[in-house]
Design a protein around this ligand. Structure first.
Ligand SMILES: [Zn+2]
Ligand SMILES: [Zn+2]
Length: 181
C-alpha cells in the first residue's frame, strides 16, 4: 500500500468522479447514476436525492480535475481552498465496516462538500509524501481521463475505462502487421 487505506480509496473515488464527466460522455446523467456511484465507491452519510445535489457533484469535477493538470504550488492552492471553503475539521471516526479513518466534515454536510473535502484530504497526503507524479493523465491517444497510479513500481499508464485493453489490442495488431509484412 502506498498511502493509508482511506487515502487510496478517496483518490480512486476522486479519479472516478472526474472521469465520470470525461471522454465527452456524461456518466452521471441523473440521480440514479449518482446513487450507483455513491454505492460503488463506498460513500455513506446524508443524501438529498435532488437535482441540486447532482449539479453540485458534477460542478466539483472540473475543480478536482485541475489537480491532475497543475504544478505542486497550484495543487496546494486548490486543496487549501477546498478545505477552507468547507471549514474542514479532521476527526478520526469509525462507522459501517470501516476501521478508524479521517473525516473532515460532518456526515450531514452536503454530498459535494464531503466529496470535495475527502478528496482534498487525500491530496494532502499525496503532496506531503511527494507523490504527485502518481496523478497522471491516461496515455491512450485522445482519452484524457485521469489516472491514480497506486502501483508499487509506478507502472500504471491507462485509466479504468478500458484503455489498458485497447492499448494491448493496438500493440498486438501492430506486432501482427509487422510480422506479416
Ligand atoms: Zn468514512
Ligand atoms: Zn483512458
Amino acid at each position: 500500500m502506498i498511502f493509508a487505506h482511506d487515502t487510496e480509496a478517496a483518490l480512486v473515488s476522486a479519479a472516478a468522479l472526474v472521469n465520470s464527466g470525461g471522454r465527452g460522455q456524461e456518466m452521471l446523467p441523473n440521480l440514479a447514476a449518482l446513487d450507483q456511484f455513491f454505492r460503488a465507491y463506498g460513500w455513506t452519510g446524508q443524501r438529498e436525492h435532488d437535482e441540486a445535489e447532482l449539479r453540485s457533484v458534477r460542478a466539483l469535477r472540473p475543480r478536482l480535475r485541475r489537480i491532475w493538470e497543475v504544478d505542486e504550488d497550484e495543487v496546494v492552492e486548490i486543496v487549501n481552498t477546498l478545505l477552507r471553503e468547507s471549514n474542514a475539521l479532521p476527526q478520526l471516526v469509525r462507522h459501517d465496516r470501516w476501521a478508524y479513518h479521517l473525516h473532515a466534515t460532518p456526515p450531514d454536510a452536503p454530498l459535494a462538500t464531503r466529496m470535495a473535502v475527502e478528496a482534498a484530504m487525500a491530496f494532502v497526503d499525496v503532496v506531503r509524501s511527494g507523490e504527485l507524479r502518481r496523478l497522471r493523465i491516461c496515455e491512450y491517444p485522445n482519452c484524457g481521463n485521469v489516472v491514480v497510479d497506486l502501483s508499487k513500481n509506478r507502472s500504471k499508464r491507462f485509466c479504468e475505462a478500458g484503455c489498458g485493453n485497447r492499448a494491448a489490442v493496438t500493440a498486438y495488431r501492430a506486432r501482427r502487421a509487422a510480422a506479416q509484412s
